[in-house]
Design a protein around this ligand. Sequence first.
Ligand code: AMP
Ligand code: MG
Length: 487
Amino acid sequence: MPAQLKHLPAALRFQALGTQFYRETPTTPMPAAIVVAWNAPLAKTLGLAPQNEQLQLADYLVGNQTPQDSTPIATVYSGHQFGINAGQLGDGRALITAELTDPQQQVWEVQLKGAGPTPYSRRGDGRAVLRSTIREYLCCEAMHGLGIPTTRALGIGGSPQTVWRETRETAAVLTRLAPTFLRFGHFEHQYYRNNLEALQQLADWTLQYHYPECQTAAQPYLAMFAQVIAKTAHTIAQWQAVGFCHGVMNSDNMSILGLTLDYGPFGFLDGFNPGHICNHSDDTGRYAYQQQPQIGLWNLHCLGQALLPLIEKTDLLAALSQYQTQFESAFAEQLRQKLGLTVWHEADWTLVTDLFELLQGAQTDWTCFWRTLSHWMMLQNDAPLLDLILDRTGFAAWLTRYRARLAQDLQTSLERGRAMLSCNPKFILRNHLAEIAIRQAEDHQDFSEIERLGACLAQPFDEQIENNHYADLPPDWASTLSVSCSS
Ligand code: AMP
Ligand code: MG
């Protein structure tokens, strides 16, 4: 076990807030712990020693051991779920067990997801299942590889212990990290409880540790809120650019740092369909791909409502009114890079809107299209690109317009192609890839695919010819896969 995990500081920064914000909760042991996954590259950047004593590592990963003298905590939050105020929720199966400071002096909260029941478990068992834990582990690191703000995944601990979901499933525990796991819902909780002092205390704590640059602003709370808006807009713009669908954008799953948080029934677009719903339980498509930007704003309104006691309403509304522009300019920036342009012109929106229509018409694979376009840029060979679009005449006409647009740009095709290959990924975590890793783990206790796939997804822009099979389109059997909130 990385020796350092044993000797982390006993007190967590969050504990300074007091017990209105959390409950000390021990982890619940699991029998016969094993290591399912260990993110050695991340451990290295955190300054943790290489994995040596397997057995002890497993005990840390499932929570049988926690850092010396630490008292794990479960924090309380509320939130709006599917548009409805759900009241108190809280860390029902997550415990912050430690804090560690990496060599760059960044402090990380270490959270075990699935380490047993907490005072906020409601009717849940406090456990996570192996299947969803593998999905979250892989996706955290895939998103990080794509350059998208996200919580990180350090490892998975397993055990023969089973839990009931729709069927009997293997339990597992994910170790995940973030500078803070604070959600919009933490603020909503104190607001709806009318704990205005606690609300201010939480805002001050967040300013101190996570938005210190806002402390000297004329209106620190407003400056911080404006930052949260900007970060949220940027992260969602990146989601849209890679075709990531979160699936459960409830306000309790929204990070105060704009991190992608709580991976459940997420999915990446295969064929381009703006109305794509990745969450099987989302009957109305509230969280469909094309809804995500506006849902981000809706959730920011929830946060703004909770901050009303601290910020003037007119200021809150003025800050919120910036969101749309911020999202659009962040998304335009993504599209500019994807198209290999050096500057973005307002008229380029028409070019992309027309492209989206062509892609939608043919349900062209989103990732495959952009990667092929990047290669086309280098080789100027139209055939592979035209093969991806049903309406060949329409697409040929679009290509002519795109060529004309490129002619206004100074870069050479080679420079442009290189830049495009470094922002249009070859590899994304398609559901079937995760499923293969999950089946090997569940059926054969073979965890090697998690490692192989994880290593590939960590470098999604590299050609990695030996991993071409991970860039394949989904096989037919993948169309029957469904993911829902039950995990
Ligand atoms: P999620 O859909 O994972 O974001 O969870 C929504 C809420 O339900 C959070 O408060 C979770 O902590 C809680 N929750 C989900 N699954 C469980 C479980 N198995 N045991 C206890 N609480 C859970
Ligand atoms: Mg959640």
